[in-house]
Design a protein around this ligand. Structure first.
Ligand SMILES: *Cc1c(COP(=O)(O)O)cnc(C)c1O
Length: 371
């Protein structure tokens, strides 16, 4: 008799929600009874707590992670005629945000070991139009920020860190998002700190810059009808802020679980699959657990047959997406990025995923590769 194993999803928030439902519902009820729904005390409080969690600075809550990046870039005076260096193996929004400023994204290839921006190739991408660099701490790993900041300072460039996947990741104990001019976070439900809806945040140590971003999220206004510059409407709302404040209290537990899952995968996956190098200085947060294999399609077939979810982050590097052909990057223009895109595979990873599930995923992969 065979026992039917339960399906394993790549991501599931319901179990995590059930564990804190009482706290969440109480927080939501309090907001609804408070009479304040937009830019009230809960956003301010969450901003303070989130900045503290990262080790200081000013946090500015915004509508989502894409807006966080666009607002940060605009506050740093990035606009049309400027170029912004980033990578093509990222979520589309990294590039959408750059385009929202009118600037042109310039793609740097990635390091074959870390799968992150190749710092030895950044200088080749710099032109007189270059204004900023957007490193992406993909999958919860971290770019060598001390080295990147040195390079940026040498060339007079601004740095906006895309921390949408690296909330809680540190480099030599210091949080990602606190090295660059601005660190941008997403609170999309799947992220390490996920809202129950959209949300995002810009973090900076520069008080004047924080003020600019604060105005920019509200039509450029310092107070109602006190317009100091151009802006947008992109606010973190009181409900999501209250929810995030509850979840922030559990974040170190969530991160601990993600790190354990990352370690289990690394221990039990067969040596024939590749995994991104995590530098000694990095404490990765394992937002996504991603491997690379020349036999990806076979692995996906076997996982799916065993009712195990898997995904690809991301199947098409941005420079090869139909929507970005106007940038003019042909096939082969970013060889490391393109090769990897054909081999990466994302395995289930979320705080409530039990050890037995990770073992089952690994054994299915083991069996598939043995065939
Ligand atoms: C999720 C994500 C974003 C965008 O965040 P949203 O809140 O969905 O706008 C940006 N960059 C990366 C790398 C992401 O993973």
């Amino acid at each position: 008799m065979s026992t039917t194993a339960t399906a394993i999803r790549t991501f599931d928030y319901l179990e995590g929600y059930a564990a804190i439902e009482d706290e969440i519902v109480a927080a939501v009820r309090e907001v609804l009874r408070s009479g304040s729904l937009i830019l009230g005390p809960r956003v301010a409080q969450f901003e303070e707590h989130f900045a503290d969690f990262l080790g200081g600075g000013h946090a500015v809550g915004v509508g989502n992670g894409t807006d966080a990046l666009a607002i940060a870039l605009r506050a740093l005076d990035v606009g049309p005629n400027d170029e912004v260096i980033t990578v093509a193996n990222t979520a589309i929004p990294t590039v959408s945000a750059i385009r929202m400023t009118g600037a042109l994204p310039v793609f740097c290839d990635i390091d074959p070991q870390t799968w992150l921006i190749d710092l030895s190739r950044v200088e080749e991408c710099i032109t007189p139009q270059t204004k900023a660099i957007v490193p992406v701490h993909l999958y919860g790993n971290a770019v060598d920020m001390p080295r990147l900041m040195q390079l940026a300072a040498h060339h007079g460039l601004s740095v906006v860190e895309d921390c949408a996947q690296s909330c809680g990741t540190t480099w030599q104990g210091r949080a990602t998002g606190t090295f660059g001019d601005v660190g941008c976070f997403s609170f999309y439900p799947t992220k390490n700190l996920g809202a129950y809806g959209d949300g995002g945040c810009c973090v900076t140590r520069n008080k004047a810059l924080a003020g600019r971003m604060r105005r920019m999220r509200m039509y450029g206004c310092a107070a109602p009808n006190d317009c100091r510059g151009e802006g947008v409407n992109s606010r973190l709302d009181e409900l999501q802020a209250a929810i995030l404040d509850v979840k922030l209290q559990h974040l170190s537990d969530y991160l601990e679980r993600r790190r354990a899952i990352g370690a289990w995968y690394r221990e039990h996956l067969p040596s024939s699959v590749r995994m991104p190098l995590v530098a000694d200085e990095v404490d990765a947060s394992y937002h996504l657990f991603v491997l690379a294999s020349g036999q990806r399609e076979k692995l996906m077939r076997h996982l799916s047959a065993a009712e195990i979810g898997s995904a690809i982050h991301y199947p098409t590097p941005i420079h090869r997406a139909p929507g970005y052909q106007f940038l003019g990057y042909g096939p082969g223009s970013l060889p490391v990025t393109e090769r990897l895109a054909g081999e990466i595979l994302t395995l289930p990873c979320y705080p409530e995923l039990p050890y037995e599930a990770v073992r089952r995923v690994c054994s299915v992969i083991d069996d598939a590769l043995a065939q």
